[in-house]
Write a protein that binds this ligand. Sequence first.
Ligand SMILES: Nc1ncnc2c1ncn2[C@@H]1O[C@H](COP(=O)(O)OP(=O)(O)OP(=O)(O)O)[C@@H](O)[C@H]1O
Length: 267
Amino acid sequence: MSESIGTSLLEETALLEIRGLTKSYGGLRAVDDVSFTVAPGEVIGLVGPNGAGKTTLVDCIFGTQQADAGTVRLSGRALTGGSDRRARQGLSRTFQHPQLALELSAVENIVPGIYGHRMRSPLHSLWWALKGPFEDPSVADRRARAVAAEYSITDTTSNCGDLSLGGQRLVEVARAMATDPQVLLLDEPFAGADHNGIVAIAGAVRQIQQQGRGVVLVDHNVDLIAELATTVVLLNFGAVAFHGSPAECLASDAMREVYFGAGEENT
Ligand SMILES: Nc1ncnc2c1ncn2[C@@H]1O[C@H](COP(=O)(O)OP(=O)(O)OP(=O)(O)O)[C@@H](O)[C@H]1O
């Protein structure tokens, strides 16, 4: 199969298509002409050394930051505007530093995701504007409990501040999934998690993959990436240094050079 036919087939089936994303901070090009696609059920492992541009790339995809150039398409539709708008269009994310209300429980933190799902289309928004004020809040609470159960969150009553970091990260994943996204962006979901947390979050990633959604998974843990990702994108100084299967990536010259090469720092 020629490369152009292969590429166009991939684009036809892609949920998420990123083309030429670029973002600079002053003279520093943090994300440099990055392109890749995410197909249904594909887990992209986004790896690279500190300062390689992973979080900035996720921010630009989600609209937390505006890219200087490039396009993001979800199911063929160009995404524009900020993160609220992109969330309504079917993207969701977690953060490198969990953004939870620590004085609230897991269920209370998931409830905004349930409401977020209801704003997904103009029709839903209209329905919600008319019906929302009259709805019994326990309906959203019940749905949030169902989402928590789906992701095996057992402690639904303690304040999130009392959960382990892995527990908090799992709650963030569940809240992101409550919006029913087509593609989920996970920024270092395993960082600081203990063994139980890692097992639970890895299980959630597999579950989301099996639902046919796309996942972009940023992490430094190469073993976990090799286990969970179907495709790896290796970033270095903001640019794609390698794009292929986890096995190919681990064996590649690019991987060796980026991590062990000249000993340069990205930052
Ligand atoms: N708001 C900002 N202003 C200026 N420079 C920034 C800003 N955010 C990130 N950078 C720089 O952009 C580059 C990419 O940073 P980014 O956080 O995206 O990398 P990363 O791969 O996510 O790193 P890490 O693995 O350490 O989280 C780095 O050189 C960083 O110092």
